[in-house]
Write a protein that binds this ligand. Structure first.
Ligand code: PMP
Length: 356
């Protein structure tokens, strides 16, 4: 979806790295996050200040190979090394399907996946993941576990104005971001954490050191350039507007097409959102999430199977901790694929009646 913007940016977003450059493990040997490129750190702060979506003052920045690595670094950093029992990790269902898989893949003695935060009632400390806006359903979220002893981790991958109104600068203790969903550069594998507590930040750095001895410098330099172009597009918009104007406009169009197709099919429902005012785009609009969270109407049980038989590939609700009546569909594909998808969705009822 973002390709067109970057094609128009052309050489402004190109970098050249000669063979002799960026060879060392170290980026900034004296600083807490010694593998963080200073140029990239500078652009992260400028971007958050421009968009107004997160507080960067009094925070440490930890860079990761995607926010996926930082998620694991956070679990490592927050788990006591000498605990008898692994620390419970919860998130309100429907939750991002990778959380349980990543949390339990190494069967760590430090932490374990403990499921839906709403039904969590074990004694002792725990980690609650708050994904806002949420993957898969797009709602803005707050923590749901109503007891002490919890440490909150805010995954703000989608807290950008193309997906949801920016209400205020997020000001949480641990916040995760990624270029995957902000600029569209998922393949660059770059994420960053804004961390308040120095000890937590140090342990996250330690994890990345043990895991991959830092993060690709090439990718960080490329990410710095890409963020620079994004910020420049906010200050001096081209015919496409800023990156956020461009992407917000596309998302708005896509959600209109999707809702029309769902109405036409008569077989599904979508989440409904109330509008909110966005301090960055200076207008009020309803969330237009990166995913369509579709619910098949009764009596259909296996929504994924039903859609697959109609040549639409989705991910079943069962991976997100809820019923298979739900499915998640990406809204960020290329124009061509998105249009085939809405066309197929809107004509499903016709194919069904032919089959019957
Ligand atoms: N958190 C959430 C909520 C996501 O949806 C994703 C990407 N699907 C990630 C984290 C992972 O991002 P990255 O590509 O930076 O590893």
């Amino acid at each position: 979806m973002y390709e067109r913007f970057w094609q128009q940016a052309g050489d402004k977003s190109t970098i050249v790295i000669p063979g002799w450059q960026s060879m060392s493990y170290f980026s900034d040997a004296g600083s807490l996050c010694w593998f963080l490129e200073p140029e990239f750190a500078k652009e992260i702060i400028r971007l958050h200040k421009t968009v107004g979506n997160a507080v960067t003052e009094d925070r440490y920045i930890v860079v990761g190979t995607g926010s996926t690595q930082l998620y694991q670094a956070v679990l490592y950093a927050l788990s006591p090394q000498d605990a008898v029992e692994p620390l419970s990790v919860v998130s309100a269902a429907p939750y991002y399907s990778s959380y349980p898989l990543i949390t339990d893949c190494l069967k760590s003695g430090l932490y374990k996946w403990a499921g839906d935060a709403r039904s969590f009632n074990e004694e002792g400390p725990f980690i609650e993941l708050v994904t806002s806006p949420n993957n898969p359903d797009g709602y803005v979220r707050q923590s749901v576990v109503n007891k002490s002893g919890g440490i909150l981790v805010h995954d703000l991958a989608y807290y950008w104005p193309q997906y949801t109104p920016i209400a205020s600068a997020a000001n949480h203790d641990i916040m995760l971001f990624t270029v995957s969903k902000s600029t569209g550069h998922a393949g660059m594998r770059i994420g960053w954490a804004l961390v308040k507590d120095v000890e937590v930040a140090k342990k996250m750095v330690k994890f990345v050191e043990l895991n991959t001895i830092g993060v690709s410098k090439d990718s960080q330099l490329r990410a710095a350039k890409v963020l620079q172009v994004v910020i420049h597009s906010c200050q001096y918009p081209t015919s496409l507007g800023s990156l956020f104007d461009f992407a917000a406009h596309l998302m708005e169009e896509r959600w209109k097409l999707l809702r029309a197709a769902v109405r036409q099919s008569g077989l599904f429902t979508l989440p409904e959102f109330s509008p909110g005012s966005c301090s960055f785009l200076n207008r009020s609009f309803a969330p237009q999430p990166a995913f369509a969270w579709l619910k098949c109407q009764e009596p259909m049980e296996d929504c994924e199977g039903f859609l697959r038989s109609n040549n639409i590939i989705t991910r079943s609700g069962k991976h997100f901790g809820v019923s298979p009546q739900y499915v998640r569909i990406s809204m960020l594909d290329r124009d061509e694929n998105f249009h085939i998808f809405v066309e197929r969705l809107s004509t499903i009822h016709l194919r069904q009646s032919v089959q019957v």
